[in-house]
Design a protein around this ligand. Structure first.
Ligand SMILES: NC(=[NH2+])NCCC[C@H](N)C(=O)O
Ligand SMILES: [Mn+2]
Ligand SMILES: [Mn+2]
Length: 317
């Protein structure tokens, strides 16, 4: 059925298909302890072996070391919390993701909080300036330093990547690589007033849970891809915040919001993006094993692993 071209994992990833795991034990983009332990749990649950089992060559040489970057001497800039630390960590992540991408590997970044996407997406766009982003999340993470209430930078990475809002010199390395028509959201249901304004003003396409209910996930993913990738020829960066899933599915996360994606809806998104053959990078973010009981942690980590497997080609049949 499939020609050799179609059966390739991705027209952008050469054989042997190689995934490079970038473990990012980092929590500085928000204030709850534990999200820095997410990547360790995902790896300990056997994610590298699971991906090898799917036929991937798996590169993983330990989690990112951030110890040279300290939280000391990092007072807020305006409302931004831990600004220097977040900036330095994301810059390091951008470099690593960029290097993997340039070698033709598929970087899989395990968070850690979602501020890291400032780094991962910057890295992806170094190799693929024509890429698009599918952002799966309960939140838009598009606050600017001007609109943020919390000051948590995990609620802001998209605005930095778009180059909107007051410029913060510490983040000068972040280039406005992302155009408003190259990002699409799925799963939104907790969007701040300032963020709603930004989405409107910039004409950014978003499929909230309302649209998922109305059209069904199949149609929503199709419309989302038609928007950012109409000819299915652009590289796709998938940034998946596990809080997009309903808290009954992924309870161990820092900012859960009820009314989220079902287990299958989350996996369907990943499976469909894989099927495009355009996937070049994946983030799985905001798994926090310190939140909720041991069973919930196990469940959340297992869901994180299975989302990644779906994005990297696991099928039901
Ligand atoms: N990556 C996340 N979980 N982000 C939650 C952001 C929540 C809120 N909008 C804020 O800016 O603080
Ligand atoms: Mn979120
Ligand atoms: Mn997020």
């Amino acid at each position: 059925m499939a020609t050799s071209e179609e059966s390739r994992v991705s027209r952008f990833i050469p054989d042997p298909k190689t995934v490079a795991i970038v473990g990012c034990p980092f929590s500085g983009g928000q204030t709850k302890a534990g999200v820095d332990k997410g990547p360790i749990h995902l790896v300990d649950a056997g994610l590298p072996e699971q991906l090898a089992h799917l036929g991937w060559k798996v590169l993983f040489d330990g989690h990112h070391q951030f110890e040279e970057i300290s939280a000391a001497n990092d007072p807020p800039i305006g409302k931004l919390k831990n600004p220097r630390m977040v900036s330095k960590v994301c810059q390091a992540v951008a470099k690593q993701v960029g290097e993997h991408a340039k070698r033709g590997e598929l970087p899989l970044t395990l968070g850690g909080d979602h501020s890291l996407a400032m780094g991962t997406i910057s890295g992806t766009f170094e190799k693929y300036p024509d890429a698009c982003v599918v952002w799966v999340d309960a939140h838009a993470d598009i606050n600017t330093p001007d609109t943020t209430d919390s000051g948590n930078i995990h609620g802001m990475p998209v605005s930095f990547l778009l180059g909107i809002g007051t410029k913060v010199p510490e983040f000068a390395w972040v280039k406005p690589v992302l155009k408003p028509n190259r990002i699409v959201y799925i799963g939104l249901r907790d969007v701040d007033a300032g963020e709603k304004r930004i989405l409107k003003e910039n004409g950014i396409k978003a499929f909230s849970m309302h649209e998922v209910d109305k059209y069904g996930i199949g149609k929503v993913v199709e419309m989302a891809l038609d928007h950012v990738n109409p000819n299915r020829d652009r590289p796709i960066h998938l940034s998946f915040d596990v809080d997009a899933l309903d808290p009954s599915v992924a309870p161990s996360t820092g900012t859960p919001v009820r009314g989220g994606l079902t287990f299958r809806e989350g996996h369907y998104i990943c499976e469909t993006i894989y099927e495009t053959g355009c996937l070049v990078a994946v983030d799985i973010m905001e798994v926090n094993p310190f939140l909720s009981d041991a069973d919930s942690v196990k469940q959340t980590v297992a869901v994180g692993c299975s989302l990644v497997r779906s994005a990297l080609g696991e099928t039901l049949l």
